[in-house]
Design a protein around this ligand. Sequence first.
Ligand SMILES: Cc1cc2nc3c(=O)[nH]c(=O)nc-3n(C[C@H](O)[C@H](O)[C@H](O)COP(=O)(O)OP(=O)(O)OC[C@H]3O[C@@H](n4cnc5c(N)ncnc54)[C@H](O)[C@@H]3O)c2cc1C
Length: 434
Amino acid sequence: MDERFDVAIVGAGPAGISAACMLADNGVKTIVFERGEYPGAKNIFGGVLYGHDLAQTVPDYVDKGFPIERNIVESRLWYLSQSGGYSVAYRDQAFFQARKFNAFTTGRARFDRWYAEQAKAKGAVLVCSTVVTDLLRGEGGQVIGVRTDRPEGDVFAKVVLLADGINSPLARKTGFRPEPKPEDVALAVKEVIALPEEVIDERFGVESDAGVTIEILGDVTWGMNGVAFIYTNKRSLSLGIGANLLDFSQQKVKPYEMLEAFKQHPMVAPLIKGGKPQEYTAHWLAEGGYDAIPRLAGDGFLLAGDSAMLFNALHREGTNLAMASGRMAAEAIMEALGSGDLSRNGLAGYVRRLQSSYVLKDMAKYRRFPHFLQDHKELFTTLPGLASLAAREMLTVNGIPKKAKQRTIWEAFRRKMSIRQSLRFVWDAWRSVR
Ligand SMILES: Cc1cc2nc3c(=O)[nH]c(=O)nc-3n(C[C@H](O)[C@H](O)[C@H](O)COP(=O)(O)OP(=O)(O)OC[C@H]3O[C@@H](n4cnc5c(N)ncnc54)[C@H](O)[C@@H]3O)c2cc1C
């Protein structure tokens, strides 16, 4: 390709397409490379997307037919032991009305495709089935374009945006992001289970365009630092489970076996009963938090989204951070193009924008959270059983006085955790989220 572009974007995920929308909207000559046959062809995620950041690039997304499965009106949190578990739920009328599409479920194959169409309509060039294999460097080492796997596939651009996701050899080639450490990455598996719409409505207590998310902690991850989820789509459920890669490698657990066991859990099995498995996928998640974020701007290039390790594990926010960082990268690129300074200094507006936005503020707030999970495995080992024992004892009506039950619970607790350990747990938990 002889043509020169202002900006070359690697990856047509939420980060890359958000940047492309904004750049193309402002007349910046932009090309997006996507290795999949079409955007979303190779992408998976749990399923929850957020309206706020989408509206910043496509304000009229509802009228433009964005592919929604269900509008999320209720969020549940489960803490499970082997035989049972706690459930906390929050449903609000606001999510049916004024805050509709605060969060909604969608499928990546449909959403990414639709989103990329919006960028194309604004004037961005999208090239699919093309892998960017390297970054082209100028004499001073600055990035001046990309090398693709097409014949004569070098494309020159004033700025390159790496929005190529968590598994990014290109980010490693910049020297900014080494191979992610196993403790900074989770491996998740997901299965989509088809069920009739009315069955989902009934089992989750919703009407057909409303949906529910369930985030699950406990010993479903077999003592490893991990999480599971169940999200409602229109005519299917997305079930997933994942754990820290370091834990997986140490415990020699097979993710699909853990998923199968999760599906048998007494609180999960009735929700998926009679369902037909449709697809099964596995993917990495960026879980290192703030401390795993690499340098974000170099001479002639920027990193956004998962490539920049932007993921808020506590709130299950990844796509919105990807969209917000893509947008802010686009703003900083336009500023740099205007000033003619495409060096790291000229592109530093990107980092400033991220720092003053919720993206890095939230990541910094929860900086200790990944360490808390990794250091306090009792959350996934002893505590689920103890928490269940407490509830089971107090709810069982068997003639034993409640004081005696309290004593049994307390003794069981003390056998597993010392006062010192318990205080450390509570203190670290508080510090990780304050
Ligand atoms: C199991 C799981 C569940 C999740 N659940 C949620 C959720 O419910 N809600 C949420 O907000 N987030 C969730 N996330 C996180 C979310 O998926 C990511 O944070 C988000 O997709 C990041 O967007 P991105 O654009 O940075 O990267 P990606 O979505 O990974 O997109 C990168 C794109 O780049 C392309 N690409 C990669 N390398 C190249 C190359 N060399 N050349 C050309 N193209 C390339 C890829 O094909 C892909 O299309 C989940 C993640 C996983 C794994």
